[in-house]
Unconditional design. Sequence first.
Length: 396
Amino acid sequence: MYIFFLKTISINLINTLFCAMGRKRTERIVFENVKVLDAGAKGVSVAKAPDGKVIFIPNVVPGDVVDVQTTKKKKAFYEGKATVIHEFSEDRVTAVCQHFGACGGCKWQNMSYDKQLFYKNQEVYNNLKRIGKIEMPEFEPILGSEKQFFYRNKMEFGFSNARWMTDEEVRSGAEFEHKNALGFHIPRMWDKILDIEKCHLQEDPSNAIRNEIKEFAVANNLEFFNPRAQEGLLRTLMIRTASTGEIMVLIQFYKEDKAQRELLLNFLAERFPEITSLLYVVNGKPNDTIYDQDVQLFKGREYILEEMEGLHFSINAKSFYQTNSDQAYELYKITREFAGLTGEELVYDLYTGTGTIAQFVSKQAKKVIGVEAVPEAIADAKENANVIILLIVSFL
């Protein structure tokens, strides 16, 4: 009797707390034969519900006709997912990556590239003109990238001992030998990692390095990280490549275990002798950012070299460099052209990073001053060129 009474009190208390906190189960609504009208930000497309509200839907293309099940209902909009596609947009293409849809790394692989450029151009225009109320002269179109795949020079991956299971894997009911993953975070889920077999964003040997690290770690029982419990050994992997062929690999460990750390790093050095800079960090903080951490050199040198128009830039683990090297070159050329330098100007390069833009325009200016706050980037910039680098410290 007393047990029943206490149990009743507990259930009533829980119900009262939930009501007080205003927690309500989201009402699921299905809209049928909805035409996708536009593309929004961050890979989400836009449609209109019968009641006039906007619906934000991922993984569909403007022109698709779909059934939508809502996942969130707000005063002015819905969020939902397409459950059935009745008609395919003429702008839809087949995604090349096997992970597309589950992985959040690429948002528009199912849309033709010319349409991607169109909608990105439209987004920038709307942000400036409609939202920002900025009166502009002629609006220059986007300059597309010649490479649609394997163009990034920096990738970061996470380790997890409880990988994200895809819908197909869940439906299969299969038993898996282990649940370790080395890949990308699922969108909006900080603790869920999708295991990646082949990524189309960075040139090889990026995929080979990542896959062999995972295979070696599993075979040698190296612990993959558990972000919720804050335990494990292997935390993150960063790979940087350069147009010069140089490669940087940085492994972040959650705790120090000299024997296991050296076991993995020695394997990497032997298996991939082309790695120019092999680094590691031991980071026991709740977050995995390395900018306040001491990066340790295991083999090679602490930086890799990038080249542009005969200029060489040293890039370390904490350096910022445009992630698409070829497109960075196009950007810098246009920036230099728009500046219209005559050789008499004093140029300020704000957030200069490793001083790439500062160097790039220095031959056509009287003097260049780079402004940067990251000490490691300042050191690199001083190595890279004879420009003045100012350290700006915020007291706010």
